[in-house]
Design a protein around this ligand. Structure first.
Ligand SMILES: Nc1ncnc2c1ncn2[C@@H]1O[C@H](COP(=O)(O)OP(=O)(O)OP(=O)(O)O)[C@@H](O)[C@H]1O
Ligand SMILES: [Mg+2]
Length: 388
């Protein structure tokens, strides 16, 4: 079961949202609707699922409905129609008490503008949410301290939040959200107010934390590089609608329209595409037990001058050249004696950008293995360079 299941959510702002929603034509224009009815369409018929432990990113231009949508996920916005199942329960139907429990225990939000108490110090800001849950002062402070060290802020417990930089404030915001140990983190442009270097630090911090904590995260941004860096899957919004959902790789390979394509032109593809997307089939494979004669035949049959030597499970052992194989036959030596074993091998999910330093070190194409460790492809230096 997905952690979050959003089914056909719409949110209309104005005095008669349900009525206006029911009268919308399929291809309505948001601006026209606003002019004619004085209602703003925040989100229109959005559906998606978020798996437990997944980072789901929503991206879109300003006004496309990202904040409206994420605020539906903890009912800061009540959807005009549709349902939102969290662990199978429709939170739209929650009464006040259930909703309070949900916000305290299940889903925490991190805001762009930090939303901290400026008159409280760092520790008290983080401990605040714990205290309103009825946790004792000492326990709350101990927990808060722990969270602060997790986000790299030990030593700042007593500092007034006003004395902190933007990046540090957002770490406090993150620590506060994590202090309740929520299962779901909702982050609305949490890093957008930070300058680029601090922002990169925070992205790295989040990736690090997520490896450890495995929360279910919905993350809003308008920066495609941030979206593709953080997101397991990304949803792209336009004019209140979700126009495409997919992994960064899927979206890059198949943008559904010009709008999405325009987003992706700024992307550094080598940081998103894994090596398996550019590898080629090895020209010639030979099994070590078959010996140099067979290796030579194989190379001739494939018109190549080298072969990859593998074991019975297709694990790579080395590479043998045509001339070495001929010499081995003459001198009655084995493939193991003459093959070169200094072939660099990488996992098929390695990002292309990570191959660049390796490519210059290696005399041979880089070998690529699948999850079972089997040789599945090779990447030449030319293939890597042509993708930079
Ligand atoms: N409380 C509200 N009352 C009326 N209209 C609203 C309200 N909140 C949002 N809207 C409208 O809903 C639409 C989507 O706004 P939203 O804030 O979700 O966009 P966004 O994608 O988050 O934009 P940004 O990138 O600027 O934060 C806009 O047309 C906005 O004017
Ligand atoms: Mg917004």
């Amino acid at each position: 079961m997905p952690k979050i299941e959003v089914k056909n959510i719409s949110k209309v702002f104005g005095p008669s949202p349900k009525k206006v929603l029911s009268q919308l034509e399929k291809n309505f224009d948001k601006q026209d609707v606003l002019v004619e009815t004085s209602h703003a369409i925040g989100v229109y018929k959005a559906s998606f699922e978020v798996e437990e432990g997944e980072v789901f990113v929503i991206i879109g231009l300003s006004g496309s409905g990202k904040s409206t949508l994420i605020r539906c996920l903890n009912l800061l916005n009540k959807p005009t129609s549709g349902s939102i199942l969290v662990d199978g329960e429709d939170i739209v139907k929650y009464d006040r008490k259930e909703l309070r429990e949900f916000r305290r225990h299940k889903a925490a939000m991190v805001f762009q503008n930090f939303a901290l108490f400026s008159h409280k110090n760092v520790l008290d800001n983080v401990a605040f949410g714990l205290k309103i849950r009825g946790i004792s002062r000492d326990e709350a402070r101990a927990k808060a301290k722990n969270m602060l060290s997790m986000v790299g802020l030990e030593g700042y417990e007593e500092s007034p939040v006003n004395a902190l930089s933007g990046g540090m404030k957002q770490r406090v915001g993150l620590a506060r959200a994590l202090a309740n140990d929520p299962e779901i983190l909702l982050m609305d442009e949490a890093f957008s107010a930070l300058d680029p270097i601090v922002r990169r630090d925070m992205q790295f911090e989040l990736i690090k934390l997520q490896k450890k904590l495995k929360k279910t995260i919905v993350f809003i941004t308008h920066d495609i590089n941030e979206a593709f860096k953080l997101g397991d899957r990304v949803a792209i919004m336009k004019d209140a609608r979700i126009v495409q959902i997919g992994t960064p790789e899927e979206i890059l390979a198949n943008p559904c329209d010009d709008y999405v394509e325009k987003f992706t032109v700024d992307i550094d593809k080598t940081k998103v595409l894994p090596v398996r997307s550019i590898m080629s089939v090895p020209g010639c494979l030979t099994k070590i037990k078959d010996g140099p004669k067979v290796a030579l035949q194989e190379m001739k049959a494939n018109s190549v001058s080298s072969a990859y030597v593998v074991d019975e499970k297709l694990h790579l052992l080395g590479i043998v050249t045509l001339s070495a194989a001929m010499k081995a036959i003459e001198e009655k030596r084995s493939l193991a004696d003459i093959m070169h074993t200094d072939v660099i091998e990488v996992d098929q999910e390695t990002m292309i950008s990570d191959l660049v330093p390796l490519a210059t070190q290696s005399a041979y194409p880089i070998a690529v293995k699948d999850e079972q460790g089997r040789l599945t492809g090779i990447v030449t230096r030319v293939a890597i360079l042509s993708h930079l």
